[in-house]
Write a protein that binds this ligand. Structure first.
Ligand SMILES: [Zn+2]
Ligand SMILES: [Zn+2]
Length: 602
C-alpha cells in the first residue's frame, strides 16, 4: 500500500476508534485524532473513567463491528457558527475551542500541535466561513479528511497503549487519555511490526546495560552514566582502537580544561547560540565558568599555541575529553541522549586545496571503524549542502567544496544521499547514519566543514609565498559520542557483540569441585592470552563460575550476560584433558592444548 493510502487508512481508524469509544462511553469528550508512525491515536476525556489495557479487547471488538457495518464516511460542509452550535449541543468543549480558533484566525493556533495533526481546515491566516464534518455511522467529527470511502476498507489494527496527555500539550490544560493503535494493510505486516517492537524492547540498551552489568544511571545524576567494569572495558576499547588508528593516520592527541571562562565561548559564538545547553557555575565576583560542551574552541587554542605555516598542514588535533550538555530532562534517553559523554573528536586544519584529500582520508576512517564491527554495509552517508540564505563565505568556495565532497562520496562505495540546503550556515557537512538490525536509522558521526570559526579566532598560517592565510577547519567525529555509539551497537547486536569487543568474552562453568586444579590450569592459559586484532593489545576478559549451582542455571546466566564463549568443565573433561566449548553456533570439544589458538582464531 502506498504511504498516502496507508496514512488515510490509519487516520480513518482513528475515527472508527472514536466511534467505538462513543458507543461504549457516550459522554466522551473528544480532542484530536492524528496519524502517527505506524498508526494513530485519539485524545479523549472520559471524566472519571480510566481506560486500561483491560478495556482494549472491548474497544477493538466494537471497532470490528463498525468496520463490518461498512458505513460510508460522509462529508458535509457546515457554516462555522452552526458548527460551534453543534459542538455546544453535543457537549464537545475541545472541538468548540478548535472551532472558535478557526473562526477567529483561520487556524487553530495550537502551539504544540501542527495543523496537520489537528486535521482541521486551514486557509492561510484568514478566518473561515465554513468547516468540514465527516460522519461514519452515528459518529460525527470535525475533520478535513481525506478518509476511506467506507469503514469496511480498514486494514488490520491493534490497540497498543494508553497514556496521559495534556490538551494541546500544555500542562496547564485538562489531562486527557491518549489511546494509541497501530494499523497495517495485512496481518503479516502487523505481526512483523509487533515482532520488531518486542525485539526492540529486548535489545533496549538500558535494559541490557543493567542485565549484563555494563552501565546504569542513578537519579542523583540524571543523564550521566555510571560505568561498571565490563562497560568501561568496552568504552576503553573504543578509545584504544581510536588512539592506535589515529596515531598512524597522522593525528595528534591533546587534552584541555573541562571548564573555561565564558569569554572563550563568547569568541566561539557558543555563548550566544548555545548558552542554555551549557552547565555553568558562577564564582565569587560574578565570574562565569562553563563546562565544555564541545572541544572546538580548545582545539583552536592549541593551534594558536604557536605560529603555523603551510608545512604544518593538514594539522589534525584530536581529543576524547569528557563533554557536558544540559539536555532537558524529557529528552534524555539512556546513553543515546546523555548529559555527559565523550566524543572521538578531531579538528583538522587544512588549506582549501587539501579539502578533497582530507575528506577522502576521513571517509576511509569511517570505512575502517565500521568494518571492525562488521557493520560498514549498514552505513549510509548524507551530504548537506549550502542553505539558501544566511550562509557565510563565498559561493564559489561552497560550490567547489560541495563538488569535491560529492566526488569523494561517489567514489567511496558507501550508499549516500544529498540533503539540499540542509548544511549549517558555516559549511557543508556529511552525516554518518547506521541502519540497525531492526531497520531503524541512527545518526552516529559527522564530518563538518567550517569556513567561519578560524576567522572568528583570527587564525592564520604563513603560506609558501609568505602571505598570511586563513585555514579551513574540519570538525569530525567517527563514532560520534562513544556513549551513543555503544547504545546503538548494543541494540543492533542485542548484546551479542563481535568477540573482540564483548565485555566478558569467556566464562568457565564448572560441573563440580573435583575439577578445580584443572580449572586453574585453564585460567592460567586464558590469563596470558591476548587478542591482537583489531586492537593491538586486548587482554582476554573472562571469569569463572564455581558456584554450587546446576549447570543449567550457570549456562542460563552466562547466556543472559551474552558471554559468547562458555567453557564447561566436568570430571570427564579433566580426565581426557579436554574442554567442552559452548558458543551460539553449538557445542564442541577441544583439547586444552588447543585452547589458546582456538581463542585467538575466533
Ligand atoms: Zn478525519
Ligand atoms: Zn568541533
Amino acid at each position: 500500500m502506498e504511504k498516502d493510502k496507508l496514512s488515510i487508512m490509519r487516520h480513518s481508524l482513528a475515527h472508527i476508534m472514536a466511534a467505538a469509544i462513543q458507543r461504549i462511553w457516550p459522554e466522551t469528550k473528544f480532542g484530536v485524532g492524528p496519524v502517527v508512525e505506524n498508526g494513530f491515536y485519539y485524545d479523549v476525556d472520559l471524566g472519571d473513567v480510566k481506560i486500561s489495557e483491560a478495556n482494549f479487547a472491548k474497544i477493538e471488538k466494537s471497532m470490528r463491528e463498525i468496520i463490518e457495518y461498512g458505513d460510508a464516511f460522509e462529508q458535509s460542509e457546515v457554516p462555522i457558527d452552526e458548527a460551534i452550535q453543534w459542538a455546544r449541543d453535543n457537549n464537545q468543549p475541545y472541538k468548540e475551542e478548535l472551532l472558535n480558533d478557526l473562526k477567529r484566525s483561520g487556524t487553530t493556533s495550537a502551539k504544540d500541535l501542527s495543523i496537520d495533526e489537528l486535521g482541521v481546515v486551514s486557509e492561510g491566516n484568514s478566518a473561515v466561513d465554513s468547516v468540514t464534518f465527516f460522519k461514519n455511522g452515528s459518529f460525527t467529527d470535525l475533520c478535513r479528511g481525506p478518509h476511506l470511502d467506507n469503514t469496511k476498507q480498514a486494514g488490520v489494527f491493534k490497540l497498543i497503549r494508553v497514556a496521559g496527555a495534556y490538551w494541546r500539550g500544555n500542562e496547564k490544560n485538562a489531562q486527557m487519555q491518549r489511546l494509541y493503535g497501530v494499523a497495517f494493510e495485512t496481518q503479516e505486516d502487523l505481526d512483523q511490526y509487533l515482532v520488531r517492537v518486542e525485539l526492540a524492547k529486548q535489545n533496549d540498551h538500558k535494559k541490557l546495560g543493567r542485565e549484563m552489568e555494563m552501565f546504569f544511571f542513578d537519579q542523583t545524576a540524571p543523564g550521566m552514566a555510571y560505568w561498571l567494569p565490563k562497560g568501561l572495558a568496552m568504552k576503553n576499547l573504543l578509545v584504544q582502537y581510536w588512539r592506535q588508528y589515529h596515531k598512524v593516520a597522522g593525528y595528534h592527541e591533546f587534552a584541555s580544561p573541562l571548564m573555561s571562562k565564558k569569554e572563550l565561548y563568547e569568541v566561539s559564538g557558543h555563548w550566544e547560540h548555545y548558552k542554555d545547553d551549557m552547565f555553568t557555575a558562577e564564582r565569587e565576583g560574578g565570574e562565569i565558568w562553563a563546562l565544555k560542551p564541545m572541544s572546538c574552541p580548545n582545539a583552536i587554542k592549541v593551534w594558536q599555541f604557536k605560529q603555523r605555516s603551510y608545512k604544518d598542514l593538514p594539522l589534525r588535533l584530536s581529543d576524547v575529553d569528557t563533554l557536558h550538555r544540559d539536555e532537558i530532562t524529557g529528552a534524555l534517553n539512556g546513553l543515546l541522549r546523555a548529559r555527559e559523554f565523550n566524543q572521538d573528536d578531531s579538528h583538522n586544519f587544512v588549506t582549501e586545496d587539501q579539502i578533497k584529500d582530507e575528506i577522502a582520508a576521513i571517509i576511509q576512517i569511517v570505512r575502517d571503524f565500521y568494518d571492525v564491527f562488521g557493520i560498514s554495509g549498514s552505513v549510509k552517508l548524507y551530504l548537506s549542502t549550502r542553505p539558501a540564505e544566511g550562509y557565510l563565505g563565498e559561493i564559489s568556495t561552497w560550490d567547489k567544496a560541495e563538488a569535491e565532497l560529492k566526488e569523494v562520496l561517489e567514489g567511496s562505495g558507501f550508499d549516500f544521499g544529498v540533503k539540499e540546503g540542509d548544511g549549517a550556515f558555516y559549511g557543508p557537512k556529511i552525516d554518518i547514519h547506521l541502519n540497525d538490525a531492526l531497520g531503524r536509522e541512527w545518526q552516529c558521526g559527522t564530518i563538518q566543514l567550517d569556513f567561519q570559526l578560524p576567522g572568528r579566532f583570527g587564525l592564520s598560517y604563513t603560506d609558501q609565498d609568505g602571505a598570511e592565510r586563513v585555514p579551513v577547519l574540519i570538525h569530525r567525529v567517527i563514532y560520534g559520542s562513544l556513549e551513543r555509539f555503544i547504545a546503538i551497537i548494543t541494540e543492533h547486536f542485542g548484546g551479542w557483540y563481535p568477540f573482540w569487543f564483548a565485555p566478558e568474552q569467556v566464562r568457565i562453568l564448572t560441573i563440580n569441585d573435583t575439577v578445580m586444579d584443572y580449572v586453574a590450569e585453564i585460567e592460567a592459559i586464558l590469563g596470558s592470552t591476548v587478542i591482537s586484532q583489531p586492537v593491538k593489545y586486548n587482554e582476554l576478559r573472562f571469569s569463572t563460575d564455581i558456584r554450587n549451582e546446576s549447570l543449567g542455571k550457570k549456562i542460563r546466566e552466562a547466556s543472559n550476560c551474552k558471554v559468547p564463549v562458555q567453557l564447561i568443565i566436568g570430571q570427564k573433561d579433566k580426565d581426557a584433558r579436554e574442554i567442552s566449548v559452548r558458543t551460539q553456533s553449538g557445542e564442541e570439544k577441544i583439547s586444552i592444548n588447543d585452547l589458546r589458538s582456538y581463542i585467538e582464531g575466533i
